[in-house]
Write a protein that binds this ligand. Structure first.
Ligand code: AMP
Length: 219
């Protein structure tokens, strides 16, 4: 069992690298953002509250995140490992996750930190498109990440959409929250000697190859 965490500012490629790993290994990809969007889609009272906070770029309360996460972990036991994408977002979440793993005799094996400047994050966010069916992510302004046919998913032919929180107004808020709340996790994991830094401006395949070199082809 391997536990992997992707730590990065918005639009650095956490989801893309997680999906590539899942295509090649029996990993379970857990994106707390996706779990929250599924809750929003249900249109429950709590879903509406989450929706408003996500649209303004704020973090969702830790107790809501843990309820969704623990539920998902309990339902996904038949896997070679978990890839956490977008979690933890602050030190409290990281400490609580450590406790949960300890209770289950597990540990975090790799934390991949994808670094990206604010300017590049803004550029990527304004062009980002995603597939509501299979979750594939594209960028209409990038040569190697644009869909082959405009606005259509290469993998499942579904019409691509924009995320409600992918706009210039919220990206500033999301990047600032990342700097204040999430970036301190870099030192938190560096001190545990499990942090690996990757340059998010490199080609998607090159980043993926670097990850494989670190985790090894045979797990
Ligand atoms: P993401 O899909 O990771 O870009 O997350 C989109 C939004 O979901 C964030 O801007 C937050 O509002 C919320 N979110 C995702 N993961 C977390 C988390 N671990 N803790 C708090 N809020 C989160």
């Amino acid at each position: 069992m391997k536990n992997i965490i992707f730590l990065a500012p918005p639009a650095a490629g956490k989801g893309t690298q997680s999906k590539l790993l899942c295509d090649n290994y029996n990993f379970e990809h857990i994106s707390t953002g996706d779990l929250l969007r599924a809750e929003v889609a249900k249109q429950t009272t709590i879903g509406k509250d989450i929706d408003a906070k996500m649209k303004s770029g704020l973090l969702i309360e830790d107790n809501i995140i843990f309820n969704l996460l623990i539920d998902k972990l309990n339902n996904e036991k038949n896997t070679e490992g978990y890839i956490l994408d977008g979690f933890p977002r602050n030190i409290k979440q990281a400490e609580k996750y450590d406790e949960i793993l300890k209770e289950n005799n597990q540990k975090i094996d790799y934390v991949f930190y994808l670094y990206l400047s604010k300017e590049e994050a803004v550029k990527r966010i304004t062009g980002r498109l995603f597939c509501p069916k299979c979750g594939s992510v594209y960028n209409e302004f990038s040569l190697d990440c644009a869909p082959a046919v405009k606005d259509i998913c290469d993998k499942c032919n579904t019409t691509l959409i924009k995320r409600a929180d992918d706009n210039v107004e919220t990206i500033n808020q999301r990047y600032d929250i990342y700097m204040n709340e999430t970036k301190p996790l870099i030192d938190f994991y560096k001190n545990k000697s499990i942090l690996y830094e990757l340059d998010s401006s490199l080609d998607v395949t090159e980043i993926y190859n670097q990850i494989i070199e670190i985790i090894g082809v045979n797990l």
